[in-house]
Design a protein around this ligand. Structure first.
Ligand SMILES: [Fe+2]
Length: 447
């Protein structure tokens, strides 16, 4: 063991963290066990597996898992491993296996809940300890799976908080995302962008609520948007969202930062009831929600002016433009970001088009904005690998964080409260020691 629990705890101070948290592969390995071995982690959305046999593969920490729809409509989350030779049963991606899984190596078969179905030439196993009812011969389900409004999460730990309690105050972000549909449901649509970043996974979470970087890091993109707007004499939506990063410091100082246990949080602007009537797309959206919920509630839903939300260990849902940036740690210096965009079922098509436009302009591999961030994440990765200093600072407004009935709140929108809160969770996970391995077949189903 390269680090004792105490040494791990000492690497997180109230106002700074040790650079090894970003650069040491031994710490990354411990994070996979102690954070990703415990936390609820977003696997995917139910709409990605609409029919029996549909599957979606992903990574839960360093584990290859898949989500699959069974014939009874339930969604199972399984480790992607055949119990015979250990081969991944399905290739990475999305697809449909039909009524059962069949390993492409020796044709062992499994029901859609992972349980053992059969092997060819079964007589060759007679008289051995092969037992089709023993989970050793099944695809293993994860210990726990739960869905919150269609968002499927899994945990590799048998015990712990339920999903709703784990999410705490950021449940309201998922609620608002779904409530923007007149039927209260969203679905993944329009494909998924994937971006591999040459940096540690934690930097991305920190940056989501890092309001001090916007007008510095993104100067080239918001300045280009302003130049273009001047030239064409208007500021269309795609330039407007690039321009936003250029707001003066006073704007960022007024934002409210909320922080919750387990590292979660969100960033919110002043409630904006005018959002409902601002432009033709918003007006049509408002009308469709008014028909479903009444004007007052529709105004409340569209007026919620929430920017990035952090679900620590999973990623970042964005309520206003209906997306989920899923953050998958790959190695100590590699992180895969998957950008899922959602359609609000029953809402006018313009709402989805706007969400796609936002994803393209801000988060796609060809975005003019995201590369600004990626460049800086990589500079942090490489700079922290030098011997030029041992600690990473999170001092801004340290000592002023307030706790109220709803969690913690910043005194200023430029506070580094969110980072301090994320590392408070990190420390809790890491000091808690190893996770006992879950034996036998897991519960692993929801919906
Ligand atoms: Fe940024």
């Amino acid at each position: 063991m390269p680090y004792s629990d105490q040494q791990l705890g000492e690497m997180v101070r109230g106002d700074s963290v040790h650079r090894a948290l970003y650069t040491d592969p031994a710490i990354f390995e411990l994070e996979m066990q102690r954070i990703y071995g415990r936390a609820w982690v977003y696997v995917g959305h139910e709409s990605q597996v609409p029919r029996t046999g549909d599957y979606h593969t992903t990574r839960l920490g360093d584990q290859d898992v898949l989500m699959v729809r069974a014939s009874d409509g339930r969604v199972h989350v399984l480790y992607n491993r055949c119990p015979h030779k250990g081969a991944k049963v399905v290739a990475d991606g999305d697809g449909c296996v039909g009524k059962f899984f069949r390993c492409p190596y020796h044709a062992w078969t499994f029901k859609l809940d992972g349980s053992h179905l059969g092997v060819p030439l079964k007589q060759g196993l007679e008289g051995t300890s092969y037992d089709p009812t023993d989970p050793t011969f099944s695809m293993r389900r994860l210990p726990r799976v739960e869905s919150y409004r269609g968002f499927v999460f899994a945990s590799q730990a048998r015990d712990g908080q339920g999903l709703a309690e784990f999410l705490g105050g950021v449940r309201s972000s998922i609620d608002n995302l779904c409530d923007r549909s007149p039927v209260g449901e969203v679905e993944v649509a329009g494909g998924i962008f994937r971006v591999m970043q040459r940096s540690n996974w934690k930097v991305f979470y920190e940056n989501l609520h890092d309001t001090m970087h916007a007008r510095v890091t993104h100067e080239s993109s918001f300045a280009a948007a302003r130049d273009e707007a001047k030239e064409i004499g208007e500021m269309p939506f795609e330039l407007h969202i690039m321009d936003g990063n250029g707001e003066p410091y006073e704007f960022w100082e007024k934002l409210e930062l909320r922080a919750y246990d387990n590292g979660h949080g969100y960033m919110e602007g002043i409630f904006n009831p005018g959002a409902a009537e601002r432009d033709p797309v918003s007006r049509a959206h408002f009308e469709s929600l008014t028909a479903a919920y009444g004007a007052e509630r529709a105004r409340e839903i569209l007026g919620m002016n929430r920017h990035n939300t952090v679900i620590y260990g999973s990623g970042s849902p964005h309520t206003v433009f209906q997306q989920f940036r899923v953050i998958r740690p790959i190695a100590v210096d590699r992180t895969l970001i998957e950008i899922q965009t959602f359609r609000c079922k029953g809402a006018p098509e313009g709402v989805f088009k706007r969400a796609m436009l936002y994803a393209n302009v801000i988060n796609s591999p060809s975005s003019n904005v995201m590369p600004d961030d990626i460049e800086l994440y990589n500079r942090c990765q490489e700079g922290n690998a030098t011997r030029g200093g041992e600690w990473v600072s999170m001092h801004r407004y340290h000592g002023t964080d307030r706790r109220d009935a709803d969690g913690m709140v910043s005194v200023n929108g430029t506070s580094e409260l969110p980072m301090r809160n994320q590392f408070r969770a990190w420390k809790n996970y890491m000091e808690a020691g190893p996770v006992a391995p879950a034996h036998g077949q897991g519960e692993g189903a929801c919906c």
